[in-house]
Design a protein around this ligand. Structure first.
Ligand code: BEZ
Ligand code: MG
Length: 896
């Protein structure tokens, strides 16, 4: 059994001993004890040493390495945050030279890098001799990366340390994993060591710069993902070797409990949480707005001639519109699609450390929260005041224009009330303002239950302890703990600026999450049955830590429900085992599942892996008819064909090898070097084909994974965050796309790819096809001026965010062929072919702007986008021009 102190709140879960080989004594672990002692000495020093003497290293990232990517982190404007941090440090007595502006800071960090072929300014060099002397473990890197100092980030003077010193504060750019230059490494099943430059970077910080503490700025870097044990790391494991004795403050996104736990466990980090921008409604724009207006015209005057116009417009915009023979119903369906886009909740812009959101940014968010309360929350109360049954209204939404208009009006009233609430000078005044606004509709008594929760949200969002607590920690002070979640799911994550914990993994899935998981499993089955005409025999499911930690393992519960199993709770209240539900009670066949878990899930939720494995085993060995138990049917077939044991044939949980993370499909796609789609599935299958045997060891079992995937009729993942969607990060296409591509290869045809959407609108099913979700996501974000203006307000970083979304969209083409042509048309029109927009972006971040155009050309080149000749020629010209200008910058600088 492994305990998880970091999930429960401990800051540095370090091992100092364990049972000796004879099992009789407790044996101290000398090297680890020394490391812990060193770390404590450094902490105490932070408390004693005057700030003016302290030397701080702030680490930012550059992944994938490129000129336009330096300083990216999840929903964080890194340069603006850095700037505020430097000012706060100066005010707190540190010796730090603060540039005059964010732009100057960025310029100083990046500007002359390109002249030397580097992505950022070169602060210093670590010579080969010094590197070998200061980091004797280099010999263990050499088998993987060649003789020290290696080939990466290096010139004749030694290994380059990118970054710049501002007085006693060094801002450094963390090197990346290093396989970008050698993408075929990505196909290997296992990583084995950081590269020399990575090790040199931390060696330099520790021994040359002599930092007293390190701050990792934003979610997330690569240090804590370096290979090594997954639990109980030793002082010889790479992450602890790299961080050594240094206190490690890690500014981490509040909504990411799983990777946050890894940062603590493997990186000895003390977390300081940061807020992500509160979600707001996407709204309508351009053609979508015009379509909405046209629908309103039709409502005033339901002339059949207008319907033809609506059909044309919808077709041009790529919005599906039924032709049922009932025009009115078809228009209502179309209007409902528009409503879903309009109401889609999206985070706008980026967060700046220490800055609370403006009240106007909070209204939609508060309304969302108030709508998620029992029985329909605030909107239901307003509806009742208007004499409307809210549940019926939701049910009529997709087929009734009048119902949609009523819903809009309810929302408008709710939003106005929430805006008044956010703008009031305190929560009490806010409550009075809302009561006044809604006086004609809702009684003060009915509103009362809302106040404590809204006050918690409002006060929590407006108070912001991020900089304050970070400074306190740097003085050796205590950083208080906090849960980790989307703020709308759990307002207790506010105020931010705290050290994140997760949950007790022996208590989940809970009865409540079992109920929800079962409901979702039933929805998924109903949909597949309707589409495929029979029960699906097998579903491949991607499981992540984050959403499971946020939802008390609803994802695990779904899987148990599909199999027809339930948790067994022991006398201590722990989930100790699973049992099969009788078929008669289940009333349907047991569905086979193939579960690929993230490396993070494997590390944090090993007990849940065991529960699923055990449920699958119980099903495979149950004496039940094959047509009622697809796991048994498939496992017996596998036994008959290959002669393996039934136990092996029933293995249904697959993970990365210990100490390795990710499927690497994203890195291959990103690098553009893949030649055939088989390489993408190869990466996925080779990385994800590890299973844990009964005695707790791991072994590679690609044959078992491929055998299980042969029966898969659909692939599925929960998108269980209000804040992180399908195109916000590359990991969705890496995993869900990666498995879809693998099933396609093994079965010879592409499976439907389905997701469960956390943010479904009232009355709508949560299950959606990947194509539907991508349409919605792209319209709400990438193509939406409200979204891109909010990003561009952050300049350099905002352009990089746009480029990243384009890259992730393209990733969905590469893995699941799920991107419709109009999406590329519109991306091209919005960002590349529009001269004003392109020039504006190029002025802010030329490299990322060129990246957008390059990605579009690649999409066309690989046949994902059937652009016409003229468009492609124009894009080529534009790309050439942007590249010439980039080279121009480089040459000018090197001459100067
Ligand atoms: C996880 O929580 O398992 C996860 C988070 C981010 C990317 C991939 C996986
Ligand atoms: Mg990650």
């Amino acid at each position: 059994m492994v305990l998880h102190p970091e999930l429960e709140g401990a800051a540095e879960p370090l091992i100092f001993g364990g049972p000796a080989a004879d099992g009789q004594r407790f044996a101290p672990a000398q090297a680890e004890i020394e490391q812990i002692a060193d770390r404590i000495v450094r902490r105490v020093a932070l408390r004693r040493m005057p700030n003016a003497q302290k030397r701080l290293a702030i680490v930012i990232y550059n992944f994938p390495p490129a000129l336009g990517t330096v300083g990216t982190a999840a929903y964080l404007d890194v340069f603006a945050s850095l700037y505020h941090l430097l000012k706060a440090l100066a005010a707190d007595g540190y010796h730090v030279e603060v540039p005059h502006s964010v732009d100057e800071l960025r310029h100083l960090l990046l500007a002359d890098g390109p002249a030397h072929g580097a992505d950022a300014h070169i602060a210093d060099w670590l010579s080969a001799d010094e590197y070998r002397r200061l980091f004797p473990a280099y010999t263990e890197i050499e088998p993987y990366w060649g003789p020290a100092p290696g080939e990466l980030w290096r010139d004749q003077r030694g290994i380059r340390i990118l970054g710049r010193q501002f007085g006693n504060v060094f801002i450094g750019v963390q090197p990346s994993f290093g396989y970008e230059r050698d993408p075929m490494r990505l196909l290997l099943a296992k990583d084995a060591a950081p590269n020399h430059a990575f090790a040199a970077f931390y060696t330099w910080i520790t021994h040359k710069f002599r930092a007293d503490a390190v701050i990792h700025l934003g979610t997330h870097g690569a240090m804590e993902f370096m290979p090594g044990k997954q639990v109980g790391l030793s002082a010889r494991c790479w992450p602890l070797r790299l961080i050594g004795p240094l206190p490690n403050f890690y500014v981490y996104s509040v909504n990411n409990p799983s990777e946050a736990a890894i940062a603590k466990r493997r990186g000895a980090a003390t977390l300081v949480s940061y807020l992500v921008p509160p979600v707001q409604q996407a709204g309508l724009y351009k053609g979508l707005r015009a379509l909405r207006d046209a629908i309103e015209q039709y409502e005033c005057n339901p002339d059949p001639a207008l319907v033809a116009d609506l059909r044309d417009r919808a077709a041009q915009l790529g919005i599906p519109m039924e032709s049922s023979g009932d025009d009115h119903a078809d228009v209502a369906g179309l209007a409902h699609e528009l409503l879903r886009i309009e109401q889609r909740m999206i985070p706008l812009g980026l967060h700046v450390l220490g800055q609370p959101p403006a009240p106007t940014e909070l209204a939609d968010f508060l309304l969302l929260y108030a709508s998620l309360q029992p029985n329909g929350g605030l909107p239901a109360l307003i509806a009742r005041g208007m004499g409307i049954d809210y549940q019926q209204l939701c049910a009529r939404l997709s087929s009734d224009l009048a119902a949609q208009n009523q819903m809009r009006e309810i929302e408008a009233r709710g939003r106005a009330a929430m805006l008044a609430y956010a703008e009031a000078h305190d929560a009490e005044a806010g409550a009075r303002a809302v009561a006044a606004k809604l006086a004609d509709l809702v009684s003060a008594t009915a509103l009362r239950p809302l106040w404590p929760k809204l006050a918690e949200l409002r006060n929590g969002l407006l108070a912001n302890d991020e900089l304050r607590n970070l400074l306190h920690g740097l003085r050796g002070g205590f950083i208080p703990p906090s849960p980790s979640n989307d703020a709308v799911r759990n307002p207790a994550v506010l105020p931010t600026g705290r050290n994140l914990f997760a949950l007790d993994p022996y208590r989940v899935p809970t009865p409540v999450s079992m109920q929800r998981g079962e409901a979702l499993a039933n929805e998924l089955l109903a949909r597949l049955r309707a589409e495929q005409g029979a029960w699906p025999q097998s579903i491949a499911i991607v499981l992540w830590g984050t959403d499971n930690l946020k939802s008390d393992c609803e994802g695990v519960a779904q899987i148990l429900a599909l199999i027809g199993a339930r948790p067994v709770i022991d006398e201590l209240g722990n989930v100790a085992d699973v049992a099969l539900r009788p078929l008669a009670e289940l009333g349907r066949p047991r569905i086979d599942v193939v579960v690929t878990v993230s490396g993070i899930f494997r590390d944090l939720l090993g007990n849940q892996m065991r529960l699923i494995d055990r449920a699958a085993y119980l099903a495979a060995t149950a004496d039940e008819p094959a047509e009622w138990n697809f796991i048994r049917a498939h496992a017996l077939a596998q036994v008959a064909e290959t002669g393996i044991s039934l136990e092996e044939a029933a293995i249904r949980v697959f993970a990365n090898a210990p100490g390795s993370y990710g499927a690497n499909v994203n890195f291959l796609v990103e690098s553009g070097t893949w030649e055939s789609e088989d390489q993408l599935s190869d990466a996925f299958l080779s990385r994800k084909s590890f299973v844990r045997t009964a005695n707790g060891q791991w072994r590679e079992a690609r044959g078992l994974l491929e055998g299980a995937l042969r029966h898969v009729q659909a692939t599925f993942q929960n998108i269980d965050s209000f804040e992180v969607g399908l195109t916000d990060i590359d990991n969705y296409y890496e995993n869900l796309g990666g498995i879809a591509k693998s099933v396609e290869r093994i079965r010879g045809n592409a499976p439907p790819v389905l997701v469960a959407d956390a943010i479904s609108s009232p009355g709508a099913s949560r299950i959606a096809s990947i194509e539907t979700m991508l349409r919605l996501e792209t319209r709400a974000k990438l193509l939406n001026p409200k979204w891109h203006e909010a990003m561009l307000a952050h300049g350099f970083a905002g352009v990089r965010e746009i480029e990243a979304r384009v890259g992730h969209t393209y990733g969905w083409s590469a893995t699941a062929n799920a991107v419709e042509g109009w999406i590329y048309d519109e991306i091209a029109a919005t960002y590349a072919l529009d001269d004003a927009m392109r020039e504006r972006m190029a002025a802010l971040n030329p490299s990322a702007t060129a990246g957008v155009v390059r990605r579009l050309l690649e999409a066309a080149g690989r046949g994902f986008w059937a652009a016409d000749e003229a468009t492609l020629n124009r894009l080529q010209e534009i790309y050439q021009d942007l590249e010439d200008r980039l080279e121009g910058i480089t040459e000018e600088r090197s001459v100067g």
